[in-house]
Ligand binder design. Structure first.
Ligand code: HEC
Length: 173
């Protein structure tokens, strides 16, 4: 018997239709996994929306540079930095957070510029980058002093050897 071309097409369409209908009705048994199409329901327990600007679990690799000379602080710059720290940073941070063993463990043998870049681009958390470069540099200088770096005669300057070519080498009291 001769089956017309249009009949074949009709049967093919019905077959496909049945296959997809049964796939929707039951859990798919085939190897190809259907997309989950996941959506949050209205009462999903997600809590308040969290701003993405700061991820407390994010970790940045900051290379160790143990061969660079140790950074020193310049007293006048450090004094200015202490005023900036007290006027801005202390609103959210206890001094003990950045002065002592925690700071030593986190930052020793890292480039001064890595620390400077971090605070300049992320702090204060409510208005990152809002201070002048010199104010961020002064805070770095103050933290070097407060963590018992040696005093020196150079002030820290952005994009200079004093921040790029020196490492943090401090100690806890
Ligand atoms: C409005 C509050 C606020 C102010 C002001 C603020 N910070 Fe922060 N700072 C935070 C919060 C919150 C975190 C924790 C975010 C995180 O862990 O990523 C943080 C984290 C940090 C860190 C740790 C970052 C790391 O990855 O280890 C440093 C260093 C820091 N602040 C320095 C400063 C300095 C220096 C100032 C002043 C110029 C300052 N902060 C001002 C809220 C503030």
């Amino acid at each position: 018997m001769r089956v017309s071309r249009s009949t074949t097409v009709v049967w093919t369409i019905i077959a496909i239709g049945c296959a997809s209908a049964s796939r929707t009705a039951q859990a798919p048994a085939s190897a190809a996994r259907a997309p989950l199409g996941a959506r949050l329901t209205a009462d999903a327990p997600t809590g308040a929306p969290v701003p993405l600007r700061i991820d407390p679990n994010a970790r940045v690799v900051r290379s160790l540079v143990p061969n660079l000379p140790a950074a020193t602080y310049w007293p006048a710059q450090a004094d200015r930095g202490e005023r900036v720290f007290n006027g801005t940073c202390a609103a959210c941070h206890a001094r003990a957070q950045f002065i002592g063993q925690t700071f030593v463990d986190a930052w020793n043998d890292r480039r001064v510029s890595d620390f400077y870049t971090l605070i300049r681009s992320t702090m204060p958390v409510n208005d990152p980058g809002s201070l002048k470069d010199e104010e961020y540099l002064a805070v770095v200088s103050y933290l070097l002093k407060a963590n018992h770096a040696a005093a020196g005669t150079d002030s820290l300057a952005a994009d200079s050897g004093t921040v790029r070519g020196r490492r943090i080498a401090v100690k806890a009291p």
